[in-house]
Design a protein around this ligand. Sequence first.
Ligand SMILES: Cc1cc2nc3c(=O)[nH]c(=O)nc-3n(C[C@H](O)[C@H](O)[C@H](O)COP(=O)(O)OP(=O)(O)OC[C@H]3O[C@@H](n4cnc5c(N)ncnc54)[C@H](O)[C@@H]3O)c2cc1C
Ligand code: FES
Length: 510
Amino acid sequence: MNVSSEATKSLWALDASLPTAPRLEQNEKCDVAVIGAGIAGISVAYELALAGRKVVLVDRGPLLGGMTSRTTAHLAPICDDGLSALVEMRGEALARGFQTSQRAAIDRIEQHVASLEIDCDFRRLEGFLFPAAWMDEKEAARRCNEEYAAAAKTGVEVERGKGVPLKGHESAPVLRYPGQATFHPLKYLRALLADFKKRGGKAFADSAVVEIKEGKQIRLKCDSGSTITALNAVFATNSPINTWVKIHSKMAPYRTYAMAFEIAGGILPDALYWDMDDPYYYVRLSRGSGKTDCLIAGGRDHRSGETDDGEARFAALEAWIRALVPNLGGERARWSGQVLETIDYCGFIGRSPGNGNVFIATGDSGQGMTHGALAGRLIRDLIVDGSNPWEAVYAPDRTPPAAFTHYINENLTTVKNLAGYLLPGQMKSARDLKPGEGGVLQDGLSKLAVCRDRAGKLHRRSATCTHLGCIVHWNSTEQCWDCPCHGSQFAPDGTVLNGPATRSLVQPKS
Ligand SMILES: Cc1cc2nc3c(=O)[nH]c(=O)nc-3n(C[C@H](O)[C@H](O)[C@H](O)COP(=O)(O)OP(=O)(O)OC[C@H]3O[C@@H](n4cnc5c(N)ncnc54)[C@H](O)[C@@H]3O)c2cc1C
Ligand code: FES
């Protein structure tokens, strides 16, 4: 089984194996079923096991094989869309609640690292906001002032500074945020999983949930035919598979790119650096075993499916980081993944709209590590105690009036895709497809998703996404079909890799 659903491999996946678990072959009964074993699902399952609940955790693929294995692992509580934008969108009180809860999520990770003595390179460090490449000093100073003022309103500790050790920015206006952190996500979560199992928790891999019956008890059916019956269910599937429209119309999938390079120790101080661009670029270090560390650079995001130019994006990312850090060594890894951007910058964590005993954790944006750890506490509190101090910040049923423009814009892209204005470039024939290539082919009134996998095998499936009917786009970097509407992904043979879809692309009749 692949380490992840996609073709590239992240730095973490290169140096840590994924935990193994059996397939679910028998029926299970429990207090809480947690669907999805990424950071959100494992954190929720673990917090509930600590509270004495009987928990069954189940994943479609390998445990930890989803977006969690593709993260760049900064633990930054600062809203990654900017604090001033957050205050404008949610108001001061809720923005403050967001910041406090994100900090609490890092504290919680730190507590687990200490109590379980997890060797996962967890460390506190500083974060620096520095100017985008195109900004002059006046614009950078204006942005610093704006963010500085918003930090005061939201209780975020910050200092004005001058310069970061990145070429061209040595004397630029910057902001310094103490209290950030980073870690090795897979090492941390493997340890949580091990303790979860010691406490009686059960975990199953390669078992996709394909049917959900809600009621006083929830009945989940897996692709093996086995069922899980639970008093509560938590959908931590990155993109929820239990709601069809309500949540998905309030967030949009974006693809983001990352690269890791060798760097000699001491060249760049260990800190998080991100710029003022939108979407932003970032730089951080991952500790190596000897004299070399790894530098991770990321950015170049775009709406999923909008383009298929991953290689050009990696080239631009590499050019950007080599200009800032001229002594950079050779490349260690390159990979991409998907994040879900919500209309108001905060995740959806809590009761699934219209349900008392079904919960979701989604809308992670670029802060899925802290959102995931936070989901552990928030959903545990809702199930065990009935409430949590931050439930209004993350309430899945909210649609803040200030987010209306984002709501319209993101859904316009979806509607255009459904109506056919934004369809991927269509091929005339599949005959000339080389290994690794794919595209959409008109076949009478229907559209076919046709690709030749890297082994040379030709696959033909309906191009209609089985979630709500948008047309999928070929992603040659990750060798999969991306749905631009709500982020479903499918393997070359049409198998689901990522929700919200739960059914494979349909096999055409002829
Ligand atoms: C390149 C990149 C860099 C990033 N950098 C950062 C960062 O520095 N800091 C940060 O905070 N965040 C970052 N993020 C975001 C973060 O990695 C993700 O938001 C987070 O890992 C999502 O975790 P999750 O548990 O919600 O989802 P996942 O890890 O994707 O887990 C969901 C799981 O659900 C399973 N599943 C889906 N459908 C079913 C089904 N039907 N039945 C059973 N199981 C199912 C999947 O197989 C998967 O294992 C980054 C993301 C990317 C792609
Ligand atoms: S993910 Fe919703 S239509 Fe494809």
